[in-house]
Design a protein around this ligand. Structure first.
Ligand code: 2RA
Length: 330
């Protein structure tokens, strides 16, 4: 079975990674169309040995023969164009946060809740990158030990802000002022990702909290988060502190994580071995280490979780969802 695809946001950081991942995974494509904004009109894209021309996205774009549309062009484009695609019978997999919390939109990480794809009504949402890498190990532990509370502290790469973030890091390293971030990111940490809300949290922190509950299907989870931008080019790192309902043996918890799909346990502190951004870059695995009991709680557990936020955190997860759809198209 082959699919007719549309890539919306084809020239952005995630969009270009969609193309790389589709080729790497030999996704069975029949026709494929690439859409972007006016400024990318006419750009050429090589895909599976053929050359394509980028078209400007407009309300007629979805009159073409398209089965699945992968969006990564920001919330405004998704809010405006995803319903148009859906109304043409196209299934949308959207990387923006526009639709994630809608009741009729499944929020999917294939290793965690692939079956939720079954109730989509035309739009499927790809979770926030930092949420994706966290919920894969958490799902394993939640099923076995039932998580009561989660404390997230993130160390997020500048690639999460696209090229603008990377450029600001490079500018900062040369002593030049930032143009994307409110302060220099070089030799600095910014506890400020996305915008601040009335309650003192940032949107990024609320995304991690609410998306985790939706993906794990447990609104009783107690969660807090502090999301921080750090001067790392690519790959997000997250410190996860858990309070579990049930008692556990640390070795059993490590074995459980070791035997889980999509997870690589890297945990040998005596040999300075633990997950690091520089080792996760360019891969699709979620690296888990520093697995240790939190002795300040009855059943406390600490983890350190690292993944490539552009690949597994966005593009690869989206393509995996498209693969699930293809399987279900029969
Ligand atoms: C960031 N997670 O890192 C957000 C969006 N990609 O900026």
């Amino acid at each position: 079975k082959k699919a007719n695809l549309a890539i919306i946001g084809a020239t952005g950081m995630v969009g270009t990674t969609f193309i790389k991942i589709l080729e790497e995974r030999q996704f069975p494509v029949d026709n494929i169309y690439f859409f972007a904004s006016e400024k990318s009109k006419g750009a050429k894209i090589q895909f599976m040995g053929k050359e394509y021309t980028v078209e400007v996205l407009n309300e007629n774009s979805f009159d073409k023969n398209i089965d699945i549309a992968l969006f990564s062009a920001g919330g405004n484009i998704s809010r405006k164009f995803a319903p148009m695609a859906k109304n043409k019978g196209i299934i949308v997999v959207d990387n923006s946060s526009a639709w994630r919390m809608e009741n009729d939109v499944p929020l999917i990480v294939p290793e965690v809740n692939e079956d939720d794809v079954s109730w989509h009504k035309g739009i499927i949402a790809n979770p926030n990158c930092s949420t994706i890498q966290a919920v894969v190990p958490l799902k394993v532990l939640h099923d076995k030990y039932k998580i009561k509370r989660i404390v997230y502290s993130t160390y997020q790469a500048v690639s999460g802000s696209g090229m603008a973030g990377i450029e600001d890091l490079h500018r900062g390293l040369k002593g030049e002022a930032p143009t994307n971030y409110p302060h220099p990111i070089a030799n600095n940490c910014l506890p400020h990702i996305d915008v601040f809300l009335e309650n003192g949290y940032t949107k990024e922190e609320i995304k991690m909290i609410e998306e985790t509950k939706k993906i794990l299907g447990d609104q009783s989870l107690k969660i807090t988060a502090t999301t921080v931008r750090v001067p790392v080019e690519n790959c997000h790192s997250i410190s996860v502190n858990l309070e579990l309902e049930k008692d556990f043996e640390i070795q059993k918890a490590v074995e459980l994580l070791k035997n889980s799909h999509g997870i690589k346990v890297v945990d040998d502190p005596e040999n300075n071995s633990y997950p690091m951004a520089i080792n996760a870059h360019g891969t699709d695995d979620i690296y888990v280490g520093r697995i240790r009991r939190d002795y300040s709680l009855e059943n406390g557990l600490n983890l350190w979780v690292v993944a490539d936020n552009i690949r597994k955190g966005a593009a690869t997860n989206t393509v995996q969802i498209a693969e699930l759809l293809l399987k279900r198209m029969g």
